[in-house]
Design a protein. Structure first.
Length: 161
C-alpha cells in the first residue's frame, strides 16, 4: 500500500483546512485581477483536479495502463459555478473529496504504483508520479489561495491535473 503518498495527502489536508476555514465569504469571492480566479474558483479547481485524478488513480489501479485526457480547467470551473457557491460548502466538499481520495490511495497495491499513465499529450509517467504530482499541484494552489509569501513551485503543470 502506498502509505507515504496517502500520508502526504493527509498531511496537506490537515495542515491547511483550518486556514481555509478562516477565509471570509467576501475574501473568497474577490478576484485579484480581471480574468483571474477568485479563491472560490481556485479551490473549486482543486475539486475538479480531485475528480479527474480520482478516475486516473482508479483506472491505473485496475487496468494494465492508463491513457486519458487532460482537462479544460477554465471551462470546468465556469461550468461548476463555484463563484456562486458558499465558501464553506466549497471548503467542506474539498475536504471530504480529498479524505475519500486518501482512502483510495491507501488501498492501491504497491506494485500498481508503477502502472504507466499518459495524460493528454504528456509523456508517460507512473501512477506513483501522478499521485505525488497531485499533492504538489494541490499545495501550489493552496499556497496561492492562502496568500503565502512562498508558493510551492509546480513543475507538473503541463499534465493538466
Amino acid at each position: 500500500m502506498p502509505i507515504q503518498q496517502a500520508l502526504a495527502l493527509e498531511s496537506a489536508i490537515d495542515r491547511e483546512i483550518a486556514s481555509l476555514r478562516e477565509i471570509t465569504e467576501p475574501e473568497s469571492t474577490a478576484k485579484p485581477a480581471p480574468g483571474a480566479w477568485s479563491k472560490k474558483e481556485e479551490l473549486g479547481h482543486l475539486i475538479d483536479s480531485a475528480a479527474n485524478n480520482h478516475v486516473r488513480f482508479v483506472r491505473a489501479t485496475i487496468e494494465p495502463e492508463f491513457r486519458g485526457p487532460g482537462y479544460q480547467q477554465d471551462e470546468w470551473v465556469r461550468l461548476h459555478g463555484y463563484q456562486g457557491m458558499a465558501w464553506t460548502d466549497i471548503v467542506d466538499f474539498w475536504r471530504h473529496y480529498n479524505d475519500f481520495l486518501m482512502g483510495v490511495v491507501r488501498r492501491i497495491p504497491e506494485e500498481k504504483l508503477l502502472t504507466p499513465c499518459v495524460v493528454g499529450e504528456s509523456a508517460p509517467v507512473t501512477l506513483k508520479f501522478l499521485i505525488e504530482d497531485y499533492v504538489l499541484h494541490m499545495q501550489h494552489h493552496l499556497d496561492h489561495i492562502l496568500e503565502r509569501e512562498t508558493i510551492r513551485a509546480y513543475p507538473g503543470a503541463a499534465l493538466g491535473v
